[in-house]
Design a protein around this ligand. Sequence first.
Ligand code: DLL
Length: 433
Amino acid sequence: MEKYYDKKTECMSRSELKALQSERLVKLVDYVYNNNAIYRAKMDDIKVKPSDIKSIDDIVKLPFTTKKDLRDNYPFGMFTAPRKNIVRLHASSGTSGKLTVVGYTKKDIDVWAECAARALVAAGADKNSIVHVSYGYGLFTGGLGLHYGAEKLGAVAVPASSGNTARQISLMKDFQANVLCCTPSYAIYLGEEMQKSGVELPDLKIGIFGAEPWSDTMRKKIEKLLGIKAYDIYGLSEITGPGVASECSDQSGCHIYEDHFYPEILDTETLEPLNYNSKGELVFTTLTKEGIPLIRYRTRDITMLKDEKCPCGRTFVKMGRIIGRSDDMLIIRGVNVFPSQIETVLLNYGDGVLPHYEIYVDRFDSTDYFEIRVEMTESIFSDEVKKIEMVKKEMESKLQSMLGISVNVKLVAPSSLPRYEGKAKRIIDNRKY
Ligand code: DLL
């Protein structure tokens, strides 16, 4: 039987949800217009007044916000609640180095904890669960987000944070952890170390993995390696942290907690809203946030909203996997390449491939050089040269037909690529632009 953290909310009818979203949007726009000079100026610029916003359908009249708005107004310019009401700060660093800072009121923390608790329950956890949190604790939202969610649920939160893999494994064993929360790449690393040391974790049943793109093939590898069910969880610090959306027992995409976070998908070129089942940029409006509410925030994440009823009974829309970020999409010899496409080809190759790879791009004599380094199992790697050459050729041709450009595949020895305790860094782009 499917369990819910808050059945009434998670299974409300779409018309009830729309009424709630409309009521919340009207309130939000009034709140930001009257309490934040930047939003007021943005709305005045395009001559939109709070009274023009009467329902959620009017959201398209509102201006977008971007990471640049947060950076330009570093650190607190986009905050709407007064300083005295802010109880927590988090921050994330982007490629340009300047931090984006977010502030939470007590109520924001409660909403976030509730959404993280919904995520835990949707994945099968309950108040008897021991939840081992290996996401980093700190300015990154992963650790504290799941921690507060577990406590809100009444489960036991184990704040292991990241690092010291051998200790993580013995803690999970000694405390009989049932739920593991970490990045999917770290889950693989943990699993490999467990195998090496011969440790088994019979109590571990559920993994809640996110913070970086991963595929269904990666899910299967993790499930087999750790003997668990692996669920996706999505979030970003600007919107709240982990728990903006998460998967249920159907494992077919993350339900977006739409009573708090209103999603839109935009055409990346025209910025026009797209219908369900079309891929574009995911945009969120935080309907209930007080500290730093964001209106039509452009996440840069590329995905789609799925038009389907979920057998779990939740009525919240599901999003597809994040196929990449529009700002980490690689353009190689004029062709758009998303790392997730590469992962799909590599991990579907078969048993000889390990889920560790690196994408290397450089430029020589004005031509892009594109190489993928992937770890092979010991048995393939120590095979005769002819066999290795055949695997390499086969992989290159599969990648070429998926991506539309040629690529050099370099098969490397097991354990030769770096491992990560947090988000994996898979792209090395040495081109000078
Ligand atoms: O990564 C929050 C988080 C922590 C989510 C733990 C899930 C679990 P940021 O550091 O601000 O926040 O990074 C947000 O990470 O815009 C996506 O590009 C990516 N991302 C997060 N979750 C997923 C996911 C946290 N499940 C950025 N699949 C987002 C793919 C994800 N990408």
